[in-house]
Design a protein around this ligand. Structure first.
Ligand SMILES: Cc1ncc(COP(=O)(O)O)c(C=O)c1O
Length: 391
């Protein structure tokens, strides 16, 4: 007899892996209200603090007033509105690409784009720590997936050599790794893509808006943006809105429009979301964007240095994603609960999101945290770390 739902839940719970949602009341700011308490938010991807900016809120309201609440259909039926085209033009100009296509979410982009460009018989080389939506996209495509060790371009080259063939080859990587906060070796990956005649796709969900000139992302920071075939990014993180995009050539855009099932078979983004995204793209490229990036850089340096000095194990990295390794699911969740008791909202991350044994509390700093808030948090994190034997 097949196991019941109750048995399955007991199994998840028994392994210390049961997940639940935590409610936030009010806006997503640097401080939030949880269970009626004021808390410092230290795990949001709203890196630049744009999600509660008046410019975005007003743009969303205005877009809804002018265009209504829904697009009413998918893009290829009657769901392409002026705002979709305006946002695609704005993204192409922001990412300095020939063209762009907007998607309903980062997950929809990855599960749509990858099967649109590779199929059974093709090969995808995927970093072992790539985001789950990339893995889902590869599985959906039917292409052969070869996972290479994290950021190991030497091993990747050996694998490219071993599997060299006539079929289409795609190398895909996170630009900034979502759970580790390190940056992919994009200079080396571009050299490999050229040497092995492969396509290169970079998911810059966590780099866009934060890294590179004008926030153009990790490939721009490393000087290789022109050589990345598919520059994917999201609006739901540093850009404070929702949805995703691929910055590509016009030819690639046409292929995606024709082949990408998550684009073809889903109602397109609504006007309010598009309005907010347009406002975000404007802010990110402005002098205000530069100021916010200066602040997040300073906050990142302080927080990383303080936790490193305290003796926490932090994977090497330079970005605003700063995980401390806590190991077992039990310690991870005890750490996260203790933080909550002390007024810090930060989530423990357990398998299957991260490999077994590498449970962590994933902190993210925002441009809108004050130095005082971060110093206060560091002291509390150090206390909890030593009480739980993590440091
Ligand atoms: C690297 C990466 N890619 C894609 C996604 C999915 O994006 P979205 O939340 O817009 O679906 C995420 C996280 O959400 C991510 O961290």
């Amino acid at each position: 007899m097949s196991r019941s739902i109750e048995e399955e839940l007991q199994e998840i719970s028994g392994n210390g892996l049961l997940r639940t949602t935590r409610l936030i009341s009010g806006r997503q700011s640097a401080r939030v209200t949880h269970s009626g308490r004021d808390m410092l938010l230290l795990c949001s991807n709203n890196y630049l603090g744009l999600a509660d900016r008046p410019e975005l809120i007003n743009a969303a309201v205005q877009a809804a007033e002018s265009y209504g609440t829904s697009s009413g259909a998918s893009r290829l039926v009657s769901g392409t509105m002026e705002l979709h085209e305006q946002l695609e033009n704005a993204v192409a100009s922001f990412k300095q690409s020939e063209d762009a296509l907007v998607f309903n979410s980062g997950h929809a982009a990855n599960t749509g784009i990858i099967p649109a460009i590779v199929k059974r018989g093709d090969i995808v080389f995927s970093d072992r720590l790539n985001h789950a939506s990339i893995v889902d996209g590869i599985l959906l495509s039917g292409a052969k997936m070869i996972r290479y060790p994290h950021n190991d371009h030497v091993m990747l080259e050996q694998l490219l050599e071993k599997y060299r063939g006539k079929n289409r080859t795609l190398i895909v990587t996170d630009g900034v790794f979502s759970m580790d906060g390190d940056v992919a070796p994009l200079v080396e990956l571009v050299a490999l893509k050229q040497a092995y005649n492969a396509l290169l796709m970079v998911d810059d969900a966590h780099g866009s808006g934060v890294l590179g000139e004008c926030g153009r992302g990790s490939a721009d920071q490393l000087g290789v943006a022109d050589f990345v075939d598919i520059k994917m990014g999201t609006f739901g993180k540093a850009l404070g809105s929702f949805g995703a995009y691929a910055a590509v050539t016009s030819e690639m855009r046409t292929l995606l429009v024709n082949r990408c099932r998550s684009f073809i078979f889903s109602t397109s983004l609504p006007p309010a979301v598009l309005g907010a995204s347009l406002a975000a793209v404007r802010i990110v490229q402005s002098s205000e964007g530069d100021l916010l990036r200066d602040r997040i850089r300073a906050n990142t340096e302080f927080f990383r240095r303080s936790l490193n000095d305290a003796g926490f194990i932090i994977p090497p990295g330079t970005t605003q994603i700063i995980p401390i390794i806590t190991g077992s699911p039990e310690t991870t969740m005890r750490f996260s609960e203790a933080l909550l008791n002390d007024g810090i909202f930060a989530q423990g991350i357990r398998p299957p999101t991260v490999p077994a044994g590498s449970g962590r509390v994933r902190f993210t700093v925002m441009a809108t945290h004050t130095p005082e808030e971060l110093s206060w948090a560091v002291e509390r994190i150090k206390n909890i770390g030593s009480n739980l034997g993590v440091i």
